[in-house]
Design a protein around this ligand. Structure first.
Ligand SMILES: Nc1ncnc2c1ncn2[C@@H]1O[C@H](COP(=O)(O)OP(=O)(O)OP(=O)(O)O)[C@@H](O)[C@H]1O
Ligand SMILES: [Mg+2]
Length: 268
């Protein structure tokens, strides 16, 4: 049974390899009720692999994962019932319309029909997607497909939202709506784990952030804590992130070379 005291997610010494690539290397963290937890890191850092492990989408190799204090090997159904997931890949149900997709989701999740219809109407209107309700998913734009994924993750009011780059492709207004939904979810005691490359979003939304690099969590904490670790108190998250991932000097070097190249072109 899910109790209020349980951490929403607890990951201990998790490791996952693909052949010789150690995608996730001995990481541990906990996400509490009412917390928005961000996963940041360069491409290939291991964020998606971590997320897929928590969801049980990848076979576990080493370490322990508990979701709502439950063991995914034993209580998979109870866990899945209480999670909403947005994957980093665009929606796969390309030959369905959103109407078919949401009917399908409502039936497998056993959702109340009239309540679900009301929620769908609300989300479709808020995200300005009503006109796509009967269009094939395959014909939707990248951002509109993403909206369907987000609505599908929210429709059963899960306790935990796990979102892999949820704002990808969304226009400014829709991104704002989704951010507000996540805040409201948090206010109601739910939790969110999300990965993002948009540092302003992480800075604005996350209570705590884990910075991953080459499979490891190299720093974790609030923005204040991270800025102290990076010796950059008062700096924005971009500077903190680049310093902690040792990319700051390399970026300076690239910018200097770009300047030289572009200035020499101007003169010639
Ligand atoms: N199915 C797979 N088979 C082989 N290698 C994989 C597989 N999935 C991920 N990897 C490797 O694991 C490492 C971590 O990948 P992952 O997708 O978790 O990174 P990420 O942090 O989500 O990156 P991005 O920011 O680009 O989404 C990478 O080196 C990647 O190439
Ligand atoms: Mg990823």
């Amino acid at each position: 049974m899910i109790t209020e005291k349980s951490a929403m997610v607890s990951v201990t010494n998790l490791t996952k390899s693909f052949g010789t690539v150690v995608a996730v290397n001995d990481i541990s963290f906990e996400v509490k009720p009412g917390e928005i937890f961000g996963l940041l890191g360069p491409n290939g850092a291991g964020k998606t692999t971590t997320i897929k492990q928590i969801l049980g989408l990848l076979e576990q190799e080493q370490g322990e994962i508990k979701v709502f204090g439950l063991d995914p090997n034993k209580d998979d159904i109870e866990i899945k019932r209480n999670i909403g997931y947005v994957s980093e890949d665009p929606l796969i149900y390309k030959s369905m319309t959103p109407r078919m997709l949401f009917n399908f989701i409502a039936s497998i999740r056993g959702l109340d029909e009239s309540e679900t219809t009301k929620k769908l109407q609300y989300y479709f209107e808020s995200l300005e997607a009503v006109e796509y309700y009967d269009k094939l998913v395959a014909t939707l734009s990248r951002g509109n497909k993403q909206k369907m994924q987000v609505i599908a993750a929210l429709i059963h009011d899960p306790l935990l939202l796990i979102m892999d780059e949820p704002l990808t492709g969304l226009d400014a207004k829709s991104a704002k709506v989704v951010k507000e939904v996540l805040e409201l979810h948090k206010e109601r005691g739910g939790s969110v784990i999300f990965s993002t490359h948009i540092l302003e979003v992480a800075e604005e939304m996350c209570d705590r952030i884990a910075i991953m690099d080459r499979g490891k969590i190299i720093a974790m904490g609030t923005i204040d804590e991270l800025s102290k670790m990076a010796d950059k108190v008062g700096a924005d998250l971009e500077d903190i992130f680049l310093k902690l991932t040792n990319q700051d000097e390399s970026v300076n070097h690239i910018v200097t070379n770009l300047r030289k190249m572009m200035n020499s072109k101007k003169q010639s």
